[in-house]
Design a protein around this ligand. Structure first.
Ligand code: PMP
Length: 406
């Protein structure tokens, strides 16, 4: 509801207390990465101050402490996404590594006759690994042509066939903020016996996620976009789906027994976690889950959507502005301006302390579909205020006026 108070949440984010140049910092690049609350920072520092050791050794006091905190963090994340069983969360360094783990891991299951299905709204991270997999195997990469408002027509169901091996689809577009009908996508995939991977990178900070309700085979996301640290992310998988993956990285931790002739791999989740893991990252991510759960997620989402809608309504009647994100139910606004370079607008906003992102948002094919080389994106988080949304929109109008004069 509108009773939500971003000012008290802001107090938890030390980085927001500083100026940018001589202005107040207005951080609206949250779809790229969010800022971190004190409890995440303290969790990381606390780990190094009281528990640092290598994990899974059972060798000494600190090692046991680190191992138990590390495994507790895994359970926190499993509960956060409602994983049906323990051990279904694999730590990765982010969404990108999680998708690559699946794209390499299923290669041995792919035949040249098979098809790999993605949507036309994907980030390069959920496109290039599938394209490269298709190059390596001869399988055909097919693209479901979603409209830029996230709609698909009934005939798109024809993309699903008994040749479809895996369907990979984003839950929310990072570039234009629309939500895709992932429940429908998952259902169509299941009807033809295909595996499913949902890219939750842009959803996880905003929407309650239940992987058991979604019933997808894989769900992936990054810690840094949900108030957690960089360098940590999650590959959730159903147990049989994870078991079907060949480890693309081998080495220590992921083995039970090694001879020169052969290696016996460890059980899940360790089998897919070669090498010393990012322990402090896992702990920081668990602290971020706690942070999100301690606030009313529904109220936060409504607030973020109201900020994007406010910016939208200030900008929608300016003739030269084309807005690509939906007015309602989006936590970001993404737009282009006729006869004006995105990067000039980006630069002007930056000079006023307003952090936004201008560019192609790692989605070149989607930009081609929209007929632009890039967009300007302001993306909102729990700590953003209504004043910030208005300040962004009004400063953008000022920039357009100035830039179009000369
Ligand atoms: N998918 C989507 C939808 C994203 O927004 C991003 C990050 N911009 C990624 C994948 C890649 O995430 P990361 O760079 O953290 O691996």
């Amino acid at each position: 509801s509108m009773m939500f108070d971003p000012y008290s949440i802001r107090q938890e984010f030390p980085i927001l207390q500083q100026p940018a140049y001589e202005h107040e910092l207005t951080y609206l690049d949250n779809a790229a990465t969010t800022q971190k609350p004190s409890r995440v920072l303290e969790r990381i520092l606390g780990y190094y101050q009281t528990a640092n050791a290598n994990v899974h050794r059972g060798a000494h006091f600190l090692s046991d402490r680190a191992t138990s905190q590390f495994e507790q963090a895994r359970q926190t994340v499993e509960r956060f996404i409602h994983a049906p069983e323990n051990g279904q969360v694999i730590w990765t360094k982010g969404t990108t590594e999680a998708i690559n783990t699946v794209a390499y891991g299923i290669e041995h299951l792919i035949d040249p006759d098979d098809e790999i299905l993605i949507s036309s709204l994907e980030h390069h991270a959920n496109l290039v690994p599938w394209q490269q997999l298709s190059f390596r195997t001869g399988a055909r990469l097919r693209i479901i042509p979603f409209t830029s408002d996230g709609k698909w027509q009934a005939e798109y169901a024809n993309y699903f066939s008994d040749r479809t091996k895996i369907v990979a689809c984003t839950q929310v577009s990072n570039a234009i903020g629309v939500q895709l009908p992932i429940k429908e996508v998952i259902q169509h995939a299941k009807n033809v016996g295909a595996m499913t991977l949902i890219d939750g990178a842009q959803a996880i900070a905003h929407y309650p996620v239940s992987v058991s309700e979604l019933d997808c085979d894989f769900y992936v996301f990054s810690g840094h976009k949900m108030y957690g640290p960089t360098g940590i992310g999650v590959l959730y998988g159903k147990t049989d789906a994870l078991e079907s993956l060949l480890p693309c990285q081998t080495g220590g931790e992921m083995v039970l027994h090694v001879t020169y002739q052969a290696t016996e791999f460890n059980i899940l989740p360790y089998r897919l976690e070669a090498g010393t893991p990012n322990i402090e990252g896992a702990l920081g991510l668990a602290a971020a889950c706690d942070f999100l759960q301690q606030h009313d997620q529904e109220a936060v989402l409504k607030w973020e959507q109201s900020l994007a809608e406010k910016a939208y309504s200030i900008l929608e009647n300016t003739t030269d502005i084309e807005i690509f994100s939906p007015k309602k139910h989006s936590t970001l606004i993404s737009l282009s301006v006729k006869n004006t370079h995105i990067m000039d607008l980006n630069g002007y906003l930056d000079s006023k302390g307003i952090a936004v992102r201008g560019g192609s948002h790692c989605a070149h094919p989607l930009m081609a579909q929209l007929g632009v080389s890039g967009t300007l994106r302001a993306s909102f988080a729990c700590y953003n205020t209504m004043e910030e949304a208005e300040h962004f929109a009004n400063t953008l109008l000022e920039a357009i006026e100035l830039l179009q004069e000369d």
